[in-house]
Design a protein around this ligand. Sequence first.
Ligand code: SAM
Length: 222
Amino acid sequence: MSFEKKREKLVENLKERNILKDEKVIDAMLNVPREKFIPEEVKNQAYVDTPLAIGSEQTISAPHMNVMMCQILELKEGDKLLEVGTGSGYHAALCAEIIAPKDSNNPGHIYTIERHDYLAEKARKNLKKTGYEERITVIVADGTLGYEKYAPYDKILVTAASPDKIPPPLTEQLKEGGILCIPAGSKKFSQSLYKITKKEGKIKKKRITGVRFVPLLGKYGF
Ligand code: SAM
């Protein structure tokens, strides 16, 4: 079966499981070739709903998790998004499909931070070969510090598990009315996914579900 057919089947499956609901996220899932963001040896699992190893002891998240996080963020065209944890670049590409679609008159932008040089370089290559390099800037840094240069952000996505105390720079760099999606909890087990909003300067934290992510390292991480 072709990758395209497998991609369509995965999308149908995620819809049937009532996980994938937002039309914009459905289109993004159909447009981004996950097989081009993963190592050769796991390509046969590109459209299995599971995390996969991408090197440096890191993973690309399972597709249902990409979908849930995109939906929590309520992404829209024109958003300025900060992602912490570039990994393969796949999740950033999904977000780019929504906030900076090709031919947009009001394109947003994604700044994505990765602490591993090797992964950042690989992600840049993946994003170039799939046509996203102008919409996504990959930065090597400690993402627990956020990225002050382009702050504030409409949306912030963290794809590694933070300690319970959310890194303060991230809530500080979130725009008024913005949304931060972040897993937090213990280093290895029992983490929750949170939707954090900022209204009139006040931070509201809503637990969505239990999750399991690799740890967020760095100054305000583990
Ligand atoms: N979003 C990625 C994708 O689409 O492939 C998957 C991310 S993976 C689950 C988590 C990533 O967070 C890893 O690549 C890890 O190196 C990175 N990471 C952990 N702590 C970090 C930090 N303080 N700053 C930046 N990246 C960090």
